[in-house]
Each structure stands twice: as structure tokens, then as C-alpha cells.
Design a protein around this ligand. Structure first.
Ligand code: TYM
Length: 343
């Protein structure tokens, strides 16, 4: 697992082939700054030197109940957010997962090379089963297989994600290795690419818990929150009873705010300690809130410009699905041949 966001020009595996990057986000609600810092922000750097494919993973989203019209709206909105964050559709393939049937097709095949015990050990499955006790469906259980299919269809080298996806990348590697062990060198074994800072942004109301899209309280700062809301949420952030801005054990609230501030400003933790020495938590929280609001403002205005242009978004979805579909069909054909299907 690569834990580095600096070397964005990844080692090429063949002389004429740029490294392939694949990642995705579920259109399951309002994205948080955790999604932004853990994933999307890093994608924008990777797009210059690599072949990048970014997906709106709507099929993953239905593992928990979604309102159909909301899901459709969130799908457009998420694509608009990718673009507003600076992902260039001329450089990257942007598409919606359900538009490329190869994902479901490969997922079935890979499911036959994935062990029940392996899926039972997935922490995200256990967490989501607790949260959705009335709907522990088979899709929730086989979720990592679909994610492996997403990644392996494109011969992906690197998967830029937050810390919480590490176990899913590991199982994708296991599945690919098992398949290759039987049929020869079919799949590229992907690596996770987890940023040094920002890989695990914690909730502002409970800094022991990951910030999450599904939390509705003050703990989650949304990418599209208003300036006032962002500042208010940071002002209310739970911290300890100390007053010194210092990164240390037992100060998870302050550590989290320092990480967030570091991600948005590029300053090191030492520089931040120095900048706020003698200034107490109040001034620091206000500075973090204002910095985050300022940093997100251009993205937000770009988003509002793009999101209402449905025709433009549909054009990107269509050409992305065509490009992704061609690559996916090639991989699938190879897989089908290997396993003995008549193609
Ligand atoms: P999802 O939609 O839950 O989250 C999208 C991305 O945001 C990251 N993330 C965070 N990073 C830092 N701090 C946080 N608090 C935080 N919360 C979320 C996630 O790690 C992720 O990178 N299974 C994936 C979607 C997926 C996918 C894929 C990703 C489906 N197929 C193939 C990569 C490759 C998911 O549920 O992400």
C-alpha cells in the first residue's frame, strides 16, 4: 500500500503505458470534507501524469436503501462535483458505474473466486450491518467483490482512496492474485494510494469517529455547506480541556483540526503549532473554519455553475461510458475466454 501523495508520477509498468488510476465515490448523500481530502482532492494531482478513470458508483450505493429520485439527483450532483473540484474530462474518463455492464458481469465471475470467510471479515460490512440491521442484504455482503471488479476491469495500477477503503483494496488484490494463480497473468495487481494527511478525517462532534456522509449532525462538514455553517461547525468542534494548539496523544479533536488545516494550507504540524502559539483554541477553530470556507468557495461556485447544465453532464457521462465500456469489454472477453466461456 503506497502511503504517499507526493510522487504522483507513478512508476510505469510498460514503456508505452501510463499508470492507470481508478477510483470512485458513492452518490449516497452530501459529500464531506473527508471525501474531498481523502480522495477527490488527490485525484486532481494524479490526472496530469496518469491515465485516470473516475466513477460515480451508483451500484454500490443501492446496498443501502436509496430514494430513486434522490439517487438520480445525487448522481448528477456528484459528477458536477468531480468537475468543480478540477477533474478535467479531456484528461480523465468520468462515468457512471451502472452505464458499463462489465462491472456487474465481472463481479459475478470474481464472486466465484472470493471466499465467504474473506467477505465475513470486512469491517465495513460489519459496521454497515449494525447501522442497517433491517436490511443486511447480499449486496452489502458482496460489495467488495463489485469494488474489485471496478478496479480490475481497467488493469488499474493505483487506487487513490481514504484509509477506510484499505481493506477493500487488499481483498481486491487477493481476488486478483487467486484468479491469476489459476489462469495466468490476467489481472494487474492494484496498489492502494492513501494520502499522508487527510486519509482519515474525523467527526467534529466525536473525534474518535470517522467523519461520514450519513451523519447529519454538526460533526460532518459538507463540501457544499455555506460559509456560515462551515465556520459555525468548526467553532463548535469538540476538543479537550487543554488550551495549547499542539499535536499530541489524547488530543484527537485538536489533532483532527490540525490535520484539516494542514491539508488546506499545506503547512506542517510544527508550523501550525508555531502559528497559533499563545492563541488558545477559539482563535484556532475560527482560523480553520475560515480557511476551509475560503478554500471551498471557488469549488462551490463552479459546482453551482455546472450542476444545472444537465445536457453537459449527460454528454460527459455518455462519452465516459463509451470509453470505459471499451476497456471493460476487452478485459471481460479475456476473462471469459480464460474461464472457458464460449465467446
Ligand atoms: P465512499 O463513497 O464511502 O467514500 C469516497 C472516498 O472518500 C474517502 N473517505 C474519507 N477519507 C478521509 N476521511 C474520511 N472521513 C473519509 N470518508 C470517506 C473514502 O476512503 C473513499 O476514497 N467503496 C468506496 C467506493 C468505491 C471505490 C471503488 C473506490 C467503489 N468502487 C473502486 C475506489 C475504487 C466507498 O464507499 O467510498
Amino acid at each position: 500500500m503506497t502511503e504517499n501523495n507526493e510522487n504522483t508520477n507513478v512508476q510505469k509498468s510498460a514503456p508505452d503505458r501510463k499508470p492507470v488510476i481508478f477510483s470512485g465515490v458513492q452518490p449516497s448523500g452530501n459529500l464531506t470534507i473527508g471525501n474531498y481530502l481523502g480522495a477527490i482532492k488527490g485525484w486532481t494531482d494524479l490526472q496530469h501524469e496518469n491515465d485516470c478513470i473516475f466513477c460515480v458508483v451508483d451500484m454500490h450505493a443501492i446496498t443501502v436503501r436509496q430514494d430513486p429520485s434522490e439517487l438520480r439527483r445525487h448522481t448528477y450532483e456528484l459528477l458536477a462535483l468531480y468537475l468543480a473540484a478540477g477533474i478535467d474530462p479531456e484528461k480523465c474518463i468520468l462515468f457512471v458505474q451502472s452505464h458499463v455492464p462489465g462491472h456487474a458481469q465481472l463481479s459475478w465471475v470474481l464472486g466465484c473466486y472470493t471466499m465467504f470467510g474473506e467477505l465475513s471479515r470486512m469491517t465495513q460490512f460489519k459496521d454497515k450491518s449494525k447501522k442497517n440491521a433491517d436490511n443486511i442484504n447480499a449486496g452489502l455482503f458482496t460489495y467488495p467483490v463489485l469494488m474489485a471488479a471496478d478496479i480490475l476491469l481497467y488493469m488499474t495500477d493505483l487506487v487513490p482512496v481514504g484509509q477506510d477503503q484499505k481493506q477493500h483494496i487488499e481483498i481486491a488484490r487477493t481476488i486478483a492474485g487467486r484468479f491469476n494463480g489459476v489462469y495466468g497473468d490476467v489481472f494487474k495487481i492494484p496498489e492502494g494510494f492513501i494520502p499522508k494527511t487527510g486519509a482519515k478525517i474525523m467527526s467534529l462532534s466525536d473525534p474518535e469517529k470517522k467523519m461520514s456522509k450519513s451523519d447529519s449532525d454538526f460533526g460532518s462538514v459538507r463540501i457544499l455547506d455555506s460559509r456560515d455553517d462551515i465556520i459555525r461547525k468548526f467553532k463548535k468542534a469538540v476538543t479537550d480541556s487543554d488550551t495549547v494548539v499542539r499535536y499530541a496523544q489524547g488530543k484527537s479533536g485538536i489533532n483532527n483540526l490540525m490535520n484539516i488545516y494542514s491539508c488546506f494550507t499545506g503547512k506542517s504540524l510544527e508550523q501550525i503549532e508555531h502559528e497559533f502559539s499563545g492563541q488558545g483554541y477559539g482563535a484556532f477553530k475560527l482560523a480553520v473554519g475560515e480557511t476551509v470556507a475560503d478554500a471551498l468557495a471557488p469549488l462551490q461556485s463552479e459546482y453551482h455553475r455546472i450542476v444545472s447544465d444537465k445536457q453537459y453532464l449527460e454528454g460527459i457521462m455518455k462519452s465516459g461510458a463509451d470509453s470505459a465500456g471499451r476497456i471493460a469489454a476487452r478485459t471481460l472477453r479475456k476473462v471469459y475466454k480464460k474461464i472457458g466461456f464460449v465467446v
